[in-house]
Design a protein around this ligand. Structure first.
Ligand code: SF4
Ligand code: SF4
Length: 370
């Protein structure tokens, strides 16, 4: 008999994608290929209401992300709305556009911490990967955040072009005085999936980087930064517990108000993604197809259905299963028990080529850059 989906717990985390606009052009960007136009973005009043509803619904933490959230001129008002709803706010930014006045307005509105992305420890390589000169602005942003006394995290998306610089990236984080360094191997969604052949590392590269992280962990003092390594699921044979389970602990609101269990879920067929303009958040969470379709374990096929890990990894990622097999209900091919695991193994072993990176540019426009 198929086990019934358990009653949904309340979400505690909200990913607020305030805009898809961004001054950078990273080839690994997880934003969708169809970027939302600025004219379609939620208004200040609508984001204020999202925060109010989220707070009433039990959300206690939000990542204010994008795109580049600093491009929203009303960012401080959105932060203040989250603060009024008793939601802890973390700004996820490229650092481009963060000056002293902006930061102090955000801090005064209630901003609690900042995650700053960097593409490489070498300024020229960083600028090349970002598709724009920006390293100096990132360095300056880090200084400002530290001077303001806000917790600072360094976010790095790892791929073939920077995995050999892991040691130097950790050194950079130490020199910038960060509290946390997140080294996240590329997850292949959106632009990253489009550019997968250009981004996939070699197994040797990954092994060297993993060794470097372990070595650094042993050297760090207890008051040093937290060092987080997000596993490369294409290579480990293990499915990741995506978003802590489908519709289990977090939700994403995209720039145009679409509400999803994860940022990539709009790619799945038959989800009928709901919009905050049309339905209250509580109804969306409890009743929409988008949130109930893969919640719990009842939807699982074999081998997940009979597997002892099903409550731990939730069968892996639905978006990855769909992207690789064309069927979102299949076991994530990243899992070595999946009948489709051969697809991932051959990509991990043979998927590299010299393909040029296709860069995102502005909503609805693309540009090829070598
Ligand atoms: S990954 Fe790069 S291009 Fe995408 S939103 Fe972040 S900074 Fe902008
Ligand atoms: S078979 Fe399914 S539940 Fe079991 S480890 Fe693989 S993905 Fe996880």
């Amino acid at each position: 008999m198929t086990p019934a989906a358990s009653a949904p717990a309340r979400p505690w985390a909200l990913l607020a994608e305030l805009t898809h606009a961004c001054p950078l052009h990273c080839g690994y960007c997880s934003n969708p290929l169809e970027l939302t136009r600025r004219s379609r973005e939620l208004t200040t009043a609508q984001w204020t209401d999202v925060m109010r509803q989220a707070g009433e619904f039990g959300v206690v933490h939000t990542h204010l992300s994008g795109g580049e959230p600093l491009l929203r001129r009303d960012l401080a008002q959105i932060v203040a709305a989250a603060e009024a709803a008793e939601i802890y706010t973390q700004l996820v930014t490229s650092g481009v556009g963060l000056d002293r006045a902006r930061l102090s307005a955000l801090a005064a509105a209630g901003l609690r911490s900042v995650q700053l992305s960097v593409q490489h420890a070498d300024p020229r390589a960083c600028d090349r990967i970002a598709g724009r000169r920006s390293f100096a602005e990132k360095e300056r942003a880090a200084e400002l955040v530290r001077a303001a006394g806000l917790p600072l995290g360094l976010n790095v998306v790892l791929h073939r072009g920077n995995l050999d610089a892991v040691d130097a990236l950790i050194e950079l984080g130490l020199s910038w005085g960060v509290d946390r360094i997140e080294l996240a191997n590329t997850q292949f969604y959106g632009w990253a999936l489009l550019n997968r052949a250009a981004l996939l590392p070699t197994r040797d590269q990954l092994a060297r980087a993993r060794d470097a992280v372990e070595r650094r962990r042993e050297m760090l003092t207890p008051d040093g930064p937290e060092l987080v390594w997000v596993v490369p699921d294409y290579f480990d044979g293990v499915a990741k517990p995506c978003m802590g389970g489908w519709g289990a602990v977090s939700l994403t609101v995209t720039p145009d108000g679409t509400v999803l269990p994860c940022p990539a879920a709009a790619t799945l067929p038959d989800l009928d993604p709901p919009n905050i303009r049309d339905h209250p958040l509580a109804w969306i969470w409890d009743h929409s197809t988008a949130f109930t379709r893969y919640r719990g374990t009842g939807w699982m096929p074999e081998p997940c259905r009979g597997c002892s890990h099903r409550e731990a990894d939730f069968g892996g990622c639905r978006c990855q299963a769909y992207a690789l097999t064309g069927d979102a209900t299949r076991t994530d091919p990243a899992c070595r028990l999946s009948p489709d695991h051969g697809l991932i193994r051959s990509l991990a072993d043979d998927g590299r080529d010299g393909t040029r990176v296709i860069r995102r540019r502005a909503p609805s426009r693309t540009e090829t850059v070598g």
